[in-house]
Design a protein around this ligand. Sequence first.
Ligand code: OOG
Ligand code: MG
Length: 258
Amino acid sequence: MVDVKALAEIVDEAARRGVAVAQLTDMYPALSIETAYAVQAEAIGRRLQRGERRIGVKMGLTSRAKMQQVGVDEVIWGVLTDAMILDDGESLDLDGMIHPRVEPEIAFLLKKPFTGEASAQWAADAVEAVAPALEIIDSRYQDFKFRVADVVADNSSAAGVVIGPWRKPDLDIANLGMILSFDGRPVQVGSSAAILGHPLRALLAAARLTERYGEGLKAGDIVLAGASTAAEPLRPGVNVQLQVQNLGLMGFNTKERK
Ligand code: OOG
Ligand code: MG
């Protein structure tokens, strides 16, 4: 029998203290996806009890580049809370993180609740705004290594999110160039087309998977579509920028080492 509460405490404490832990599947090789999402929900419950507020969801492993980087080829999701938000242009303190990485994303803001099997038209109609976004991920597992059940239990490595300027979804987002730069030098270059062929497909996957393993998507939710390229390791004292074609430029700094 898997003790869901005990596993949630392990991943939540690892995140809170910034100390890596062994993969849960070392102890429970048969840990199922269903149980992993139950652990995730329990760990999010601990955050909510500490006063954090759910603000949406993040999709993960929606591009081949990401799947190949972590060796897991299943689309996953996690919960975003207000404590993870960093303002555009703000400074991020890497102290307290284990091995943070950053990745280029597209964010959706929903104006309608939205669950289960929906049409692409329904998904498009549910979108209030789109924005360029940077996700900060930090696996709580040693060496950033995990199997699918581990990463799901660990809230899909969610650690932070910076959202750029929102705009009306009246432009074609199927194939937008995306450039992630460190101190002005491109480190990852990709296209929004790498996200399941079209970022709206990530929104459809979010509706389907969050209904299957959670509460679905709500009006007002932010949904991150998943990175279009591999993630880039973060270090102190760097200026991180994302330029998304037609969506604009945004970014943040990492604090210098103390
Ligand atoms: C899992 C989270 C993946 C994305 O955008 O693909 C993710 C990980 O890479 O640790 O957030
Ligand atoms: Mg991501």
